[in-house]
Design a protein. Structure first.
Length: 355
């Protein structure tokens, strides 16, 4: 068991990481609430694999459990699905003294968390993430929201969970592509903050990494937790967590959500941007080669066919844009990152093919 405490004042909470934790989830939830009713929001994939197990674990603690399930996929992280969740929460009789559990990957965590933040002006919730991206990144820090036609995550809020329960054993049922998808975010943490983690990833591969998930997840959550403590509302240092995301989100939208996964888009975005900043002398020589080598090691792209003009079309609504300025996150070297404010008209020179 590894526990990480986030010190956020009245919004403080703990992240618990342990193999087999799902079957003891009821005990942890009981430590957080005396409520008798829980709404478990999940998608069809996760509910089909683990819904019964979670419900059984919760009923051991005599909870009344209502499962609310929506179709799996990024395209369902939208206003229409959110309205359906509101209706089902209302039909289930959920009150502000009850709890919501977001049980799934990043889409479920973002959408379920946003429903919790806004239904009845706020119902407490718990994250139980089931994918690598959700376990190492999106379940921590309180960012919740939905996609709009104009861009990803453009409607949302900061709403901290009451706790995060992570069972690395749930990763065993992930298809290989979604293992690789999650590795995009894991590699990001090595790049921006933790060279030792990056070196570990260089030494492992698809066959050997499974024995290291508790450590890897813990390192990522610890890194994000400390950054979130210092910048809860994403006004400064927390932007570092978006390394690769400005170009990555543009790639996702340019090709239509689903062609490239989030982690694949971020991977290409990291490689493409670092290739530029190394050429400019802003990044230590050899960094791009090292980054691209580890991305390829985990089946991730370092380039896409879309031109800079194609991608720029989708960057205008990026959340890191402030007026006519945008903040890029660049590497000084592996494990060292910094914020780079640029004028919007300078952006094209930072987008080019990866190595």
């Amino acid at each position: 068991m590894k526990s990480i405490h986030l010190d956020l004042g009245k919004d403080s909470y703990d992240i618990h990481i342990e193999n087999g934790l799902l079957d003891r989830a009821g005990e942890y939830v009981r430590n957080l609430t005396k409520s008798q009713t829980l709404a478990v929001i999940s998608d069809t994939t996760v509910d089909g694999l683990y819904g019964d197990r979670l419900e059984q674990a919760l009923r051991k603690e005599h909870y009344n459990v209502r499962r609310i399930v929506f179709p799996a996929g990024e395209k369902y992280k939208c206003a229409e699905t959110l309205l359906q969740l509101y209706q089902e929460l209302s039909d289930a009789g959920i009150t502000r003294s009850d709890y919501i559990i977001a049980f799934g990957g990043g889409v479920v965590g973002d959408l379920g968390g946003f429903a919790a933040a806004t239904f009845l002006r706020g119902v407490p919730f718990i994250q139980i993430p089931t994918t690598i991206i959700a376990q190492v990144d999106s379940s921590v820090g309180g960012k919740v929201g939905i996609d709009l036609p104009s861009g990803k995550n453009q409607a949302g809020s900061f709403y901290q969970p009451k706790g995060v329960l992570i069972d690395p054993e749930l990763l065993r049922t992930l298809p290989l592509r979604f293992i690789h998808d999650g590795m995009g975010e894991v590699i990001k943490y090595g790049c921006i903050h933790d060279e030792e983690l990056f070196a570990l990833l260089e030494a492992l591969d698809d066959e050997t990494i499974s024995g290291h998930w508790e450590d890897i997840i813990g390192r990522c959550c610890e890194a994000k937790g400390r950054i979130v403590e210092r910048d809860v509302l994403d006004l400064g240092e927390r932007m570092l967590l978006n390394f690769g995301h400005t170009i990555g989100h543009a790639i996702e939208r340019c090709y239509g959500y689903g062609y490239y996964t989030h982690g694949e888009g971020v991977a290409a975005g990291m490689a493409m941007l670092t290739g530029v900043t190394e050429h400019m002398g802003l990044t230590e020589a050899g960094t791009t080669e090292r980054l691209c080598k580890v991305l390829r090691r985990y089946g991730l792209p370092t380039d896409v066919q879309a031109s800079a003009d194609d991608l720029l079309r989708y960057i205008g609504n990026d959340k890191k844009k402030r007026g006519n300025r945008m903040t890029l996150i660049i590497l000084k070297a592996i494990g060292q990152s910094e914020l780079l404010p640029v004028m919007a008209d300078e952006l094209p020179k930072y987008i080019r093919k990866g190595e």
